[in-house]
Design a protein around this ligand. Structure first.
Ligand SMILES: [Zn+2]
Length: 204
């Protein structure tokens, strides 16, 4: 039986799909994770709370986390769950105009993009209507409340948060031009090769 999660696609994926020059992505190898214990990233939700990874990295064919978008996580969470910054940075992009339940491969996603000091960009996708707690240009601290999760865009109808870190601003340049990067988290159980799909992780 095919789980519903198999049909989840990412904000990054839909943004890539929207890009007319979407390249052919090489390989599906998910390697190169940095030491989780010293990762500059923390889970994107409040300390003490726990959520399941409903789609992990290097998804099978038919799912969203593939190719340039293969290093991404979907956390199953109900609409309105507080989202916190995985890493400090500056808000580059805010989209919050779409209504929960507006589901389509392209065009209905609410999201944030936050630029980090090393030039990488975090994408937080599928946010709820008016679900941004920050504005473009805001400087945010790690762990700061930045958004509320939702069910907009290419969610397959399942409310969740998509998180990925990209090489450049995926909204401005398209995810195909800003490949995702291996991502580990320092404030949870060991995640040597990233988070494992189907597992629940508590933010400690
Ligand atoms: Zn996703």
């Amino acid at each position: 039986m095919v789980r519903p999660a198999r049909f989840l696609a990412s904000a990054a994926f839909l943004l890539a799909a929207a890009c007319s020059d979407n390249p052919t992505f090489p390989g599906q190898l998910c390697v190169g994770y940095s030491d989780w214990a010293t990762s500059p990233y923390v889970l994107p939700y409040a300390v003490g709370t726990s959520y399941e990874v409903i789609q992990g990295n290097c998804s099978p064919q038919g799912e969203g986390h593939r190719g340039a978008n293969r290093y991404a996580y979907d956390f199953g969470m109900s609409i309105g769950t507080p989202i916190t910054a995985s890493r400090a940075g500056t808000v580059l992009q805010v989209e919050e105009s779409h209504i929960d339940g507006e589901i389509a491969p392209v065009g209905f996603d609410n999201y944030l993009v936050i630029l980090h000091a090393d030039g990488t960009n975090a994408l937080y996708g599928h946010l709820t209507r008016d679900g941004s707690a920050v504005a473009v240009g805001d400087v945010v601290a790690q762990g700061q409340l930045v958004a509320y999760s939702g069910n907009t865009g290419n969610t397959g109808g399942i409310p969740h948060l998509h998180v990925s870190v990209q090489n450049c601003d995926p909204v401005a340049r398209g995810t195909g031009n800003c490949p995702s990067r291996p991502l580990t988290f320092s404030n949870t159980d060991p995640n040597v090769n990233g988070l494992v799909e189907g597992r629940v992780y508590q933010a400690k």
